[in-house]
Design a protein around this ligand. Sequence first.
Ligand code: FE2
Length: 487
Amino acid sequence: MLQRRHWLAAVLAAGYAPELLAQGFASSAPELLPLLGLDGEGLDAADTVIEGRLPAGLRGRYFRNGPGLMQRAGQRYRHWFDGDGLVQSWTLADGRASHRARFVQTEKFRAEQQAGRFLLPAFGTAIRAERPVRGPDSVNVANTSVLPMGGRLYALWEGGSAHELDPVTLETRGLKVWSEDLRGMPFSAHPKVEPDGTVWNFGSANGRLVVYQLNAAGAVVRHALLDVRAPAMLHDFAVSQRFLVFLLAPITMDMAAVRNGTAMLDAMHWTGEQPTRVLVVDKADFSRTRVLEMPACNVFHFGNAWDDGRKLRVDYVQSVALPELNLALNQVMRGERSNRDGSTPRVLEIDLQAGRLSVAARDESVEFPVVDPRFVARRHRHVWYPMATDIGDRWGFNGLMRLDIETGARERFSFGAGTVVEEHVLVPKPGSSREGEGWLVGMGYDIARRRSFLSVFDALRLANGPLARAWLPYAVPYGFHGKFHPA
Ligand SMILES: [Fe+2]
């Protein structure tokens, strides 16, 4: 029933392993154990132990992606973003839940799996290339998110092409080419899917920014190279009724350093005395753009945006500045506790006629915002986040929050200090239409039990606690992002 090919589980069954300490992973932070990673094999649990009761209407597949392999031959990645993509699927039906995880068979992964050591540079770790780097896809790790679209499934990475996977077996089918003239162009890990299935996305590389519009079947409707200088790192964007909105942070890249073997991340420079540029692109005509400025801020993730033609409102999570963030992620990859990441909710309001903007700031410690998929690019009120509550400087989140961005009202649930909570997504209840009517579905890790779980909440009644948890017989490396595909 269960194939135990799980390196981490085997290590944990034996207790703390001295050889892991020898590889520089401190044992003082048990919540960081899922960052050890797997050895390149997948995971399967045909059945899971259900605590509580899974809602009968919750049917479909919940896909997730994240960095799953962190070390080879005694060499460990320095940064969480480096690990090779491990795609997971939870199949939910009839009150049961099964789990599967497979590594995306990227060109890099296959070569390194065969060699038994790292052969190519990673985003945050300088590794001398022992194979030709012909372009971004030579180092594509496909580790950031997933996109179920038109009956197909894609594993996404910010800097390169999407990889297509079999949605049932999770076997890798290969690199996706949207059209010949777009071959090899980056397709970011944060596409936005409108309720009618229209998909918007962007890609940025070498200071250039391309935007895409796809239809629900996954065919490219339009694409354009924008006349704007893109920052060295651009992770996410927001879409409203009329606009695409980008926050272009003041991050530059020292290309000479990269050519000399410096990791891309170390070659990036944060120039906080420069503004963050707010780029607003007309969805109807990609050549109509406008740029406003705001004080420098580092942003990974957006919730949503809406506009009425005159006013544009965007909600996002402001991260700490890049150098501090990377220092913290280097620490956690060594298994050390780090100072708590101070990412907090923001709402940006732009008066399009006056060309003025204002930002409303909050102080909850959150990340990975999600909204009701029926309200993408429409006026929304609710944003859900993993949240840290009363855990001091422990890394990660241990609760969830729903924030009403109209009123500022919030609802929270905490699992307590012994649990790490990952991104949770909103799954609409079949037949419902009210914003938030549905379930909040995501994963977590129980530190004492050393097992990962799926948790399901009533999304408008978070404080009542989970309706159900499906417990895996193993721990899974922490992931970044997921998407639910209803059956
Ligand atoms: Fe992300």
